[in-house]
Design a protein around this ligand. Sequence first.
Ligand code: COA
Ligand code: MG
Length: 293
Amino acid sequence: MRSLLFVPADGGRKLDKALTSGADAVIVDLEDSVPPEGKTAARASAADFLKATVKLAKRPRLIVRVNSFATGLTDGDLDAVVAAEPDAIMLPKAAGGASIMHADAKLAVREAIAGLPDGHVKIVAIATETAASLFVAGSYGGASARLEALTWGAEDLSAELGAEANRDADGTFLDPYRLARTLCLAGAAAAQVQAIDTIAADFRNLERLKREAEDARRDGFTGKMAIHPAQVPVINEVFTPTPAAVAAARAVIDAFAANPGKGAVAIEGVMYDRPHLERARRLLARANAVGAA
Ligand code: COA
Ligand code: MG
C-alpha cells in the first residue's frame, strides 16, 4: 500500500470521493474524526459503505479505523463492521504485540459469527500514540498473522507527553516524534510487516508532503497515510518504484542468477551482496504489486 486515505465514516460524499481518489487503501475512520455523539451513526454509515463497495471489481483496500480499547467502543465498532467484510481494521493506540493478540481474538469471534474465513480481516496498528507504546514497539513479531502493517502518529503522542508542539517552525518533526517514527520503522521490520508513514495535516503544502514522503521511502517506509485526496497522487508517485530503480533491481537479481553459489557479485565496479539481493527482490515485489515492473 503506497497511499492510505483517511475519510470520516460520517463523511457522506467524501466516502465516494475517496473511492476514486486513486488511493491504494481507504481508511474509514470511526475514531478521532467522528465526535462522540456521532459514533453510532458513523458505524452504520461505515457498514453501508463497505457493503456497497466490497464486491466492486476494482476498488482500493478497505480499512476501518476503530476506536481504541481504552474507549470501551471497540467491541461495538467491530460488531457493526466485521460482517461487512473490511479488508482490515486499523487499531489506534496499539500497545505492542499483546494488543494485536487481543484484537485478533475479537476479530476471530466476529468472523465466525459472520461466516467469514478465519483471518480474513487483517490489522494495521498505530504503534506510537502513547508513551508506553514506544517501549513495546519491538514486540509485534509473531503476535498475529493478521498484522500487515505498522504506522505511527504524532498528535496523540504529543498530547500525552504534554508537549507544546510536535514540529519545529519549519514543519520538521521534533526529536520525540523522530524517535517514534524510527521505532515504528524498526518495529515493522522486526515483525516483517509494512511500515507506513504518518499523515501530513497541512494538506495544501504538497511540496513538504513530497519531501516527507521521499524521506520516508529512503528510510524504508513503503507508504504514507493521507487526509485529503490532493495528497494521494504525490504519495503514489513517490512510492512507485521508478523504471531506473526497477532496472537496477533486475540487474542485481540477474547478476546473482548468473553466478549461482556466489555470495557477492560485481556490477559496473560496485559490490553487491546478500542484503542488496534481498532489497532488490523487495523492490521488484513492490513494483509488481502496482504494475510498475
Ligand atoms: N476523502 C475524500 N474526499 C475528501 C477528503 C477525504 N479525506 N477530504 C476532502 N475531500 C473532498 C471534499 O469533500 C471536496 O469535495 P467536493 O469538491 O466534491 O466538494 C474536495 O475533496 C476538496 O476538499 P477541500 O474543500 O479542499 O477540503 P475540505 O475543507 O472539504 O476538507 C478536511 C478538509 C481536513 C476536513 C478533510 O480533508 C477531511 O475530512 N480529511 C480527513 C480527516 C480525517 O479522517 N482525520 C482522521 C485521521 S487523522
Ligand atoms: Mg488520534
